[in-house]
Design a protein around this ligand. Structure first.
Ligand code: CA
Length: 235
C-alpha cells in the first residue's frame, strides 16, 4: 500500500488517457486507468480512489451516469469531469450529478493537477473542521458537500430547498415566519411573494415526509410560517 493519492482516469481516448497518466505519475499520484464507464465503475468500487477524472463522452454508459453511480456508492470521492466545449455544464455541476469540478478540453495537464490538489485541500480542511454537519433526528445536512440525507439515504434538494432546510434545521422547534424565511434565503431586498416559501416547503415535504399531506416533520404554524419538529413524539 502506498501513501500516494490514488487517481482513477476514465477516458476512452488512449492518447489523452496516457498523456494524463504520465503527467499524474510524474507529479507523484498513483494512477489507475479505465477505458469505459463500466470498467471505471468496477475499478472505483474495488480501489476506492480519492479522485476520479471522468470523461463525459464514453462508449456504453456515459460519464454522467458513471458520476451518479460513483456518488451513490462512495460519496467522498472527488470527481472531476472532462468535457468538450459546449457540453452541458449545468448538468455537470448540478446537484443531480454532484461532480466537484470540471475541465473543458483541451486543457493543460498542469492545470488539472492544480485542480486536483485544490479539491483535495478542500476535502482535507473539511475533515479537520467537523462542524459542517447538522443532524436533527434522522435528517442530516452536510453543508460542505451541500448534501441532504434522510435515514442515511441521500435526498436531492434544489439549492433553495437546501437553504430552507438549513434555516429550519439550525433551530428545530422554532417557528419561522414566511417573511423571516424569505429574508434569510433571498435577502432583505428581495420583494418576493410569501407563496414562494409555501411552494418550496411543499416540494421539500414531498421529498421528506411519509405523507406530504399530513406532514410530521415540517409543521405549518397557521397564519405565520413553519417549524421543523425536533422530536418524534406523538401529540
Ligand atoms: Ca471520450
Amino acid at each position: 500500500m502506498s501513501n500516494l493519492t490514488k487517481v482513477l482516469i476514465v477516458e476512452d481516448e488512449l492518447p489523452i488517457r496516457k498523456f494524463l497518466s504520465i503527467n499524474l505519475v510524474r507529479n507523484e499520484f498513483e494512477v489507475l486507468e479505465a477505458e469505459t464507464g463500466e470498467e471505471g465503475l468496477q475499478l472505483c468500487l474495488k480501489e476506492s480512489p480519492e479522485v476520479v477524472i471522468l470523461d463525459v463522452m464514453l462508449p456504453g454508459i456515459d460519464g454522467f451516469e458513471v458520476c451518479h453511480k460513483i456518488r451513490a456508492a462512495i460519496p467522498s470521492t472527488i470527481i472531476i469531469m472532462l468535457t468538450a466545449k459546449g457540453q452541458d455544464l449545468d448538468k455537470i455541476m448540478g446537484l443531480d450529478l454532484g461532480a466537484d469540478d470540471y475541465m473543458v478540453k483541451p486543457f493543460n495537464p498542469l492545470e488539472l493537477i492544480a485542480r486536483i490538489r485544490a479539491n483535495l485541500r478542500k476535502v482535507n480542511s473539511k475533515n479537520a473542521v467537523a462542524t459542517s454537519r447538522i443532524a436533527i433526528l434522522d435528517l442530516k445536512l452536510d453543508l460542505d458537500q451541500q448534501r441532504f440525507y434522510k435515514n442515511t439515504v441521500e435526498i436531492e434538494l434544489t439549492p433553495t430547498e437546501f437553504s430552507i432546510m438549513k434555516v429550519l434545521m439550525q433551530a428545530p422547534g422554532k417557528a419561522f415566519s414566511r417573511d423571516e424565511i424569505l429574508n434569510k434565503i433571498w435577502g432583505k431586498n428581495y420583494f418576493g411573494d410569501m407563496k414562494t416559501v409555501d411552494v418550496h416547503i411543499r416540494r421539500i415535504r414531498e421529498k421528506i415526509e411519509e405523507n406530504p399531506s399530513i406532514p410530521q416533520r415540517i409543521e405549518t404554524v397557521w397564519g405565520y410560517g413553519y417549524r421543523l419538529r425536533g422530536d418524534m413524539a406523538n401529540e
